[in-house]
Structures are given as C-alpha cells and as structure tokens.
Design a protein around this ligand. Structure first.
Ligand code: NDP
Length: 331
C-alpha cells in the first residue's frame, strides 16, 4: 500500500520534504470497517490548514501518519452491511492506495456518474459554492458579487452561479491569464489581479456601485481592501482564508473591523459545507441541472499518479491551478 506521510509541520511554504513516501502492508477491514481502493484524490486548500498544529474543524493531521485527504474509491471488502464490494464511495481515504475506514464515515455514490464530476461540481467543491452563495450570500438580481480565488475550484463555480442569479460578477485572481479566462470563458463581468499594486483601484473601477456580496476564499489583505468597497447592508461569505494557510507569518488584519461593519451594517458569516449535509441531494440536483443546460462548467486540473500529490498541493497554494485539482490514483 503506497502512502504519503506527513513528517513535520511546515513552517512556512509547504515543501516536498514535509512528506515521506512509504510502502505499508495492505490494511485489513476491522469490525464495521470497509476496505476501499482509492481512485481519485481531491487536492484542497484545506489540506494545508489541516497540517497546522492548530485544530480546524478537524484535528491536525498526525505527524508520521498518512496525509489526510478526501477522495473517491471502490469497496474491495466490507464489514458494514450497507456497503458491498464494487460500490463506489467517498470519504477521507487519505493519500494512499488502500484505506480501511469505518463504513459509517463513507458515503455511497451512484456508479453511473463520472468520478471527476462527483469530486468537483457534484462534490464538496460545488456544494461549498452552492450553499455558501445561496444560503449565506443570498444574491439578488442586479447586485454586485465579488469572489476571491475566482479561478479556483470553489471560486470559479461561485462566480458562474452568481451570474445565474442575475448578479454582476467580479473575480479576484493572481494573474492576467486567469482574468482573461474568467471574463472570456466563464462569463464573469470583470476580473482583477491581486498581484497588481493598484488592485484596490482596479476593483473599485470594476464595481462602480460598490460590492453587495463578497465571497471570501482568501482573507488577509484582500478582505481588508474589499471591506472598504462594501455597500451598506452587504454580506461577506467567509468560506476560507487561503492567504493565511501557507505561511509562517499570517498577515495581520484585516483593519477596519469593527468600525466598517458598524457604519456599513455589514454581516460577516462563516460556514462549513458539512453543515448542509442533510440537503446535499438538493444542491447536487440543481448543479447537475445547470451543467446539463450548459450554464455551468467545472474546470478540472487532473494530475496522474499518487506520487504527484505533494506537488499538486504546492501548485494549488501557489495559484498554479485553474479549477479543481485532483490526482488520479487508479481506475
Ligand atoms: P482553489 O482551487 O481555489 O485554490 C486556491 C487558490 O487560492 C489558488 O489557485 C490561488 O489562486 C489562490 N491563492 C493562494 N494564495 C493566495 C493569496 N495569498 N492571496 C490570494 N489568493 C491566493 O482551492 P479550493 O477550491 O480548494 O479552496 C478555496 C477556498 O475554499 C479555500 O479558502 C478553502 O479553505 C475554502 N473551502 C471552504 C469550505 C467550507 O466548507 N467552508 C469547503 C471547501 C473549501 P490565485 O492565482 O488567484 O492567487
């Protein structure tokens, strides 16, 4: 069983040396457990946050343990009555070929859909965009929605959904090429580059009536700049803060809190997608319908081979990805 293990807590930017490649014995499924062959691994910004010693919504990944990761696989052997060999499942399978996981921690998936869609548009990524935008942001036609990490997995879907809702949509991204992709291919109204020293000015010009909803994937200084442009009564959807994950010295701030929140009557609200687990089917149906109607595309950045998992995460944190980063392990 090939595995990537986390050997030390990264001090600043993630490095390949923080991991070690190992060959372990094939695990056995214990009582209530299911042995799963891992086929498609999800690479998520949150993976980096889980390596920090500070607990997130999950405890830190154990040192020298298998790196935690979400993925899709096929049941090989099962000691759980609800799952049979051959079933397709999703869950925290880890950065490894085979995982023995309690059956109750797995979710059975229909075998007829492509695994790539199940991990991306119909997976945590699409549902994070869906529930964050519609439950927390609640866009109305004509409002201005800004989304950071706008060319990433979650952000690229958020922007397209906000267009479906009739909003003016502006993306914040890390390169001119990504700006062109958002406006040229995904239907965003405008995009600005956060590496541009005049980003705040460019954002102001792109949002002439101010910002009603900010879907925040990055936190830090970009959040601070956006807060000054929010309209009265605006909503900030706090989805994540990737600018603070891969650094030993998280940016201070944002400044302007709480004064700006008071004066502008702003609401900042966080969420974790699993809060909406009971309603996943509703989001899947809506997202699949929009994709089938040609109104939504979920871009995939697919890497081949488990050996490339650390580099895939390093690339995501450096903004080298467009859309959802996934690693094909088998199948
Ligand atoms: P993405 O595919 O969006 O990749 C991360 C992107 O962040 C990069 O492509 C990069 O793009 C951008 N980025 C990296 N560093 C910075 C920085 N310092 N400043 C600005 N942008 C930066 O990853 P995910 O879709 O996996 O995650 C997006 C966000 O969603 C994360 O914050 C994650 O934690 C959150 N999330 C939250 C969930 C929840 O339940 N609340 C569930 C799933 C994800 P660029 O080139 O534009 O810089």
């Amino acid at each position: 069983n090939r595995q990537w293990r986390l050997m030390r807590r990264p001090k600043g930017e993630l490095s390949p040396d923080d991991f070690a490649w190992a060959e372990a014995a094939v695990p056995q499924a214990g009582p209530g457990e299911v042995l799963v062959r891992h086929e498609l691994l999800s690479i998520d910004a949150a993976n980096r946050a889980w390596m920090s010693p500070v607990p997130t919504y999950l405890p830190p990944v154990e040192l020298e343990g298998v790196m935690r990761g979400f993925g899709i696989g096929t049941v090989v052997a099962s000691n759980d009555q609800s799952l049979q060999p051959g079933d397709r499942v999703e869950g925290l399978l880890g950065w490894q070929d085979l995982a023995a996981v309690p059956g109750r921690e797995l979710r059975k998936l229909p075998a007829e859909q492509a695994a790539g869609d199940q991990l991306n548009l119909l997976g945590i990524t699409g549902k994070t965009a869906w529930f964050g935008l519609f439950e927390i942001g609640r866009p109305r036609p004509g409002e201005t929605v800004v989304v950071s990490a706008g060319a990433g997995a979650v952000g690229s879907i958020v922007g397209q959904l906000a267009k479906v809702a009739g909003a003016r949509v502006v993306g914040i991204v890390g390169s001119q090429e990504k700006c062109d992709w958002l406006t040229g291919s995904l239907g965003f109204d405008a995009a600005v580059n956060h590496r541009d020293p005049d980003m705040a000015k460019a954002l102001k010009a792109a949002c002439p009536r101010g910002i009603d909803i900010y879907f925040d994937n990055v936190g830090g200084e970009i959040l601070e700049k956006v807060l000054f442009l929010m309209r009265s009564g605006g909503r900030v959807v706090c989805c994540g803060s990737v600018s603070t994950y891969d650094t030993g010295t998280p940016p201070p701030g944002p400044r302007g809190i709480p004064g700006l929140l008071v004066v502008k009557r702003l609401r900042l609200e966080g969420f974790i997608v699993t809060d909406y687990e009971a309603r996943y089917a509703e989001a899947e149906k809506a997202l699949a319908g929009l994709a089938a109607a040609g109104r939504l595309t979920a871009e995939a950045d697919l890497r081949d081979g488990l050996e490339h998992a650390p580099q895939a995460l390093i690339d995501l944190l450096a903004g080298q990805n467009r859309g959802k980063v996934m690693v094909r392990i088998a199948g």
